[in-house]
Write a protein that binds this ligand. Structure first.
Ligand code: APR
Ligand code: PHB
Length: 389
């Protein structure tokens, strides 16, 4: 097979990129290891920045998101005593959209056939070849048969564990990494949310987040040591812990119910530089990971593929080589700002096992500063709604 752009990975990054290219008539094929059902079974964060909602609108795929999604004007930081409301609408003039990232993936996946976007699922042994030249190719096995796709460019949208980043020689690429000493234990339940907006809480017993998917479906998290096993956390134990950490007011409005999903996700900050090498480009989790505090993962994938599709469209339609040459530099500038914000909100809202009384006093002071300073609130709000492209 032959195409202009081979895209590895059919998560949100790969599918958004594929749709953006197809909308301009550029040929591409998406090659995915898993099945569509498996991908839709993964529960991810649920807060969309304007860059992501704009991208869905540009693709004319935003109808369900606007119908079922919940626009939010603000969110809350709880410090054990009070709720500090960050009024993002008043402070920035913008909103965020609460809509499950899994639903974004479903909308992109459902539209693929009618938009002429070919996605090959269940592809094994995906491997990249000749990425340093201008005729790279991808090989894989499908139904026991070896396949080969020749392309002008390969886009690695294959997440943190995929083969694309590994194809860049160690002498060229540099990873930057920070691993946190806890994970988030998440619970999804068909119960109404305890608050109409999100609450991020820093309590003596640790972090908690009250989030939602709809007026009848809630998503909650608490942080737990990475060594913890999900089997040791009964639903009751999680609800008790949430009630304590979120504080009496949220607890009074919290409806308990059986979990429909429960899992522990480790927290990591990671950036790989550069995000391109030869004819290979990386986008989304293949190039960077943020801790979920602030929900920047999908939104960064959306900004990456906006830059990358612009560059590829320029290359194929106007013979412009500068766009593709500058992709990594442009994308990394925004990636690092989101990394900084996700890291700082994680530091502010979690109790780190190695922190002592000094670090705790600094947290208390920072929360008090945020509560009393509009300048501090504007800074948080403009990062939370998403920095401009
Ligand atoms: N061959 C082909 N596909 C692969 C391979 C491989 N060897 N390895 C991984 N993949 C696929 C995965 O199965 C997955 O479907 O690549 C896809 C990567 O998708 P994500 O992990 O969702 O990453 P990305 O698309 O960058 O998503 C960005 O969106 O949902 C959020 O929180 C999520 O931060 C993430 C963001
Ligand atoms: C979620 O709803 O899953 C969610 C929301 C906000 C976050 C992280 C996760 O910061």
């Amino acid at each position: 097979m032959k195409t202009q752009v081979a895209i590895i990975g059919a998560g949100p990054a790969g599918l958004m990129l594929g749709h953006l290219l197809r909308a301009e008539g550029i040929d591409c094929i998406v090659i995915e290891r898993a099945s569509g059902d498996y991908i839709l079974g993964r529960i991810r964060a649920g807060v969309l920045e304007r860059v992501t909602t704009d991208l869905m609108d540009r693709l004319d795929l935003g109808a369900r998101m606007h119908k079922e999604g919940l626009p939010h004007d603000g969110f809350n930081l709880a410090d054990g005593e009070r709720l500090i409301r960050i009024d993002i609408a008043a402070l920035t003039g913008k909103q965020v959209m609460v809509y499950g990232q899994t639903e974004i993936t479903r909308d992109l996946m459902d539209a693929a056939p009618s938009r002429g976007l070919e996605v090959i699922y269940d592809a094994d042994d995906v491997a990249l070849h000749d990425i340093e030249g201008d005729a790279p190719f991808v090989t894989f096995t499908k139904d026991g048969k070896e396949q080969r796709i020749d392309a002008r460019f390969i886009c690695g949208c294959d997440g943190f564990h995929g083969p694309s980043r590994q194809a860049i020689p160690a002498s060229v690429g540099k990873p930057f990494e920070l691993v946190y000493p806890f994970g988030w234990l998440g619970i999804l339940a068909d119960v109404p949310p305890c608050n109409h907006e999100l609450i991020y809480a820093n309590h003596d017993r640790g972090f908690a987040l009250a989030s939602m998917r709809s007026p009848t479906r809630s998503r909650y998290y608490i942080d737990v040591p990475v060594t913890e096993k999900v089997e040791d956390w009964s639903d009751d134990r999680i609800w008790d812990e949430l009630a304590t950490r979120l504080g009496p007011d949220a607890a009074a409005h919290m409806t308990r119910g059986p979990s429909i999903e429960k899992s522990i996700a480790p927290l990591r900050s990671f950036v790989f530089e550069p995000m391109q090498h030869g004819s290979l480009f990386l986008a989304g989790d293949a190039a960077h990971i943020v801790p979920p505090t602030g929900a920047k993962g999908l939104n960064l994938a959306a900004s990456d593929v906006t830059y990358l599709s612009d560059a590829l469209i320029g290359y194929f339609k106007r013979n412009d080589r500068d766009g593709v040459a500058g992709y990594s530099t442009k994308a990394l500038a925004r990636v690092w700002k989101s990394e900084r914000f996700s890291w700082s909100l994680t530091k502010l809202m979690h109790r780190f096992p190695n922190d002592g009384p000094f670090e705790r006093r600094v947290q208390v002071a920072e929360l008090a500063y945020i509560a009393s300073s509009e300048a501090a609130q504007i800074s948080i709000a403009e990062n939370y709604v998403g920095l401009p492209l």
